[in-house]
Write a protein that binds this ligand. Structure first.
Ligand code: PEP
Ligand code: MN
Length: 333
């Protein structure tokens, strides 16, 4: 719409779009409002809309992912949950153990992490394990432990939901729903999380292309939930010196294509605690809007992912180092 288009003109356009059998979506920008028309284009539609009052121009959205695309929303999305803000000038830090092990463990690590500068607390209550014989998480009890940690610290709780039927329960305790790499293309889960309206951290599937990743985000956005963060967590390649291969060009590329904030997970991305600090600094340098890290009081004793988990002391040093990198790229941390 033209920068001076009136509210009535915008409303009239949404009705006209709906009348054509398309779904209108009004996106208010700082200078201009865009009305996206989502659906199947038919010949003549663009011309019909172009002559509408207050319309500046009609442009096709080229990307297959429409709502996630920078083509329809120029200003960057900032996802907020309690004190956690991802997508602004400040680089956000989400940290915590891979799994929630006990209330005592999660409350005490949460306090440490808060002191050291984290604004989000991670911890799995439902664990997607490669082997059915590995620890599967404390489930609802784990969620209650996380809620106790939030109560004690005010940190926003980031935790995974694995099944559509669990979304209402997990959403009751969590501030951010995490969709794990193994579930990136579980479309019913994506839709259920979309319906919940909760801030969501969507992890990239380990064999998913960027287009598939953005189309997975599109499923959540399409259900009317705009609070989506994209998380690069490493992909499968022929390499075996690291658990996964962590491609950081993803960060810059996603920011070129999408307005959604980008978070990097150097813990799963490398699988090795000795590499986590370097790759965290590299992620901040590449423009990441946030990091998610596995931290445990005693990584050797962690119930899961100990090899890639760092200690609170290492986390403190990492925060100091990342802050310096953040400053160098005009960010704070
Ligand atoms: C996790 O965050 O502990 C996890 C299981 O991550 P991913 O889905 O990326 O493997
Ligand atoms: Mn893990």
């Amino acid at each position: 719409m033209k920068p001076d288009a009136s509210g009535a003109q915008i409303e009239a356009m949404t009705q006209q779009i709906a009348g054509l059998g398309l779904t209108p979506q009004v996106i208010k920008g700082e200078h201009q409002t865009v009305v996206a028309a989502l659906g199947q284009e038919r010949p003549g539609m663009a011309e019909t809309l172009e002559i509408g009052e207050g319309v500046e121009k009609v442009l096709p959205i080229m990307a297959p992912y429409k709502r996630a695309s920078l083509e329809i929303k120029k200003d960057r999305t900032v996802v907020k949950a309690l004190g956690l803000e991802v997508g602004g000038v400040k680089v956000a830090m989400i940290a915590g153990p891979c799994s929630v092990e006990s209330e005592e463990q999660i409350v005490s690590i949460a306090k440490r992490l808060k002191e050291l500068g984290a604004t989000g607390l991670r911890g799995g209550a439902f664990k997607p394990r490669t082997s059915p014989y590995s620890f599967q998480g404390h489930k609802e009890k784990g969620l209650q432990m996380l809620a106790a940690a939030r109560e004690a610290t005010g940190l926003a709780i980031v935790t995974e939901v694995m099944a559509p039927e669990h979304v209402p329960m997990v959403a009751e305790y969590a501030d951010v729903l995490q969709i794990g790499a193994r579930n990136m293309q579980n479309y019913q889960l994506l839709q259920a999380v979309g319906d919940s309206g909760k801030p969501t951290l969507l992890k990239r599937g380990m064999s998913a292309t960027i287009e598939e990743f953005l189309l997975a985000a599109e499923y959540i956005l399409d259900r009317g939930n705009p609070h989506v963060m994209l998380c690069e967590r490493g992909i499968r390649t022929f390499e075996d010196h690291t658990r996964f291969t962590l491609p950081l060009a993803t960060v810059a590329y996603l920011q070129e294509k999408s307005h959604l904030p980008v978070v990097v997970d150097p813990s799963h991305g490398t699988g090795k605690s000795s590499l986590v600090a370097s790759m965290s600094k590299a992620s901040v340098a590449a423009g990441a809007d946030g990091l998610i890290l596995e931290v445990h009081e005693d990584p050797k004793k962690a119930a899961s992912d100990g090899a890639q988990t760092i200690t609170p002391a290492a986390f403190g040093q990492l925060m100091t180092d990342c802050r310096r990198v953040a400053e160098a790229v005009d960010r704070t941390m």
